[in-house]
Design a protein around this ligand. Structure first.
Ligand SMILES: Nc1ncnc2c1ncn2[C@@H]1O[C@H](COP(=O)(O)OP(=O)(O)OP(=O)(O)O)[C@@H](O)[C@H]1O
Length: 249
């Protein structure tokens, strides 16, 4: 890590998909810098390029042109294995398709990234128990993912993403499929880890979720059309009682 470097930086990033020989521009020249400890919400209509952008920030999709920097290091030029190491060490993901390991218990799914990241087994277990407890999943630790509801799986995915205390948490609609109680647990935990300095970039369609962020970046047709800090006085506390009843589930 480079001292004081932004956690993640996109410089004039472009993504053009080719569909049936036709170019589909998904992201068209995005500049975005996220500093350590920031919580940035990315909003915009369906098809505006939010997921594509966040995938590129985590190296899950390649850019057509432009640069991606992580923790002061150029990342877009890395090989797939270089990205894999970077992701394991620095990035936690929560996506709509949670990809839990089917033949491992919930507990092992959450513990694995910490162990792979070099955390001692004792600390990995402590972190796992803390996260599962925070997300109301302590009694599901020995279940397999297939035995869980979609909302429970989504919460396990969040616990797993945070297990390694990643430098950057990337989340794509982490509350998208959740009912109000699950949503509240997820937002509470995000609020807690953000309070502990966790950097978060989160895609959401929900203005109420976005209003809990420090900053909202709005995309339209693959470009940033607005990038503004939310004044502290207008920020909603994450996961506050009463917040979630009107959230999309
Ligand atoms: N793998 C792909 N191949 C071709 N086109 C794609 C691919 N993924 C995304 N696109 C296109 O790129 C554009 C941006 O898609 P993206 O999923 O990033 O938007 P989004 O803002 O995340 O949308 P949503 O809110 O519906 O998830 C859309 O026109 C989409 O159809």
């Amino acid at each position: 890590m480079t001292a004081d470097a932004p956690v993640v930086r996109a410089v004039n990033v472009v993504k053009i998909y080719q569909t049936g020989g036709l170019p589909v521009p998904a992201v068209r020249g995005v500049d975005l810098t996220v500093e350590a400890g920031e919580f940035v919400a990315i909003m915009g209509p369906s098809g505006s390029g939010k997921s594509t952008l966040v995938h590129m920030l985590g190296g899950l999709d390649t850019r057509t042109s432009g640069e991606i920097w992580l923790d002061g290091r150029r990342a877009d030029t890395l090989s797939e294995s270089g990205w894999a190491v970077l992701r394991r060490e620095k990035i936690g993901f929560v996506f709509q398709f949670f990809n839990l390991v089917a033949n491992m218990t919930v507990a092992d799914n959450v513990e694995l990234p910490a162990l792979l990241g070099g955390v001692s087994p004792r600390q990995a277990k402590e972190r796992r128990d803390y996260l599962l407890g925070e997300l109301g999943l302590a009694d599901r630790a020995e279940a397999s993912p297939a035995q869980l509801s979609g909302g429970e799986q989504q919460r396990v995915a969040l616990a797993r993403a945070l297990a390694n205390q990643p430098r950057l948490l990337l989340a794509d609609e982490p509350t998208g499929n959740l009912d109000s109680r699950n949503t509240r647990d997820v937002l509470r935990l995000l609020g807690k880890v953000h309070g502990q300095g966790q950097t978060i970039v989160l895609v959401t369609h929900d203005a109420r979720v976005a209003s809990m962020a420090d900053r909202v970046v709005s995309l339209l047709d693959g470009q940033i059309v607005d990038d503004g800090a939310i004044p502290k006085s207008r920020r909603r506390p994450l996961g506050a009682a009463g917040d979630v009843v009107e959230l999309r589930s």
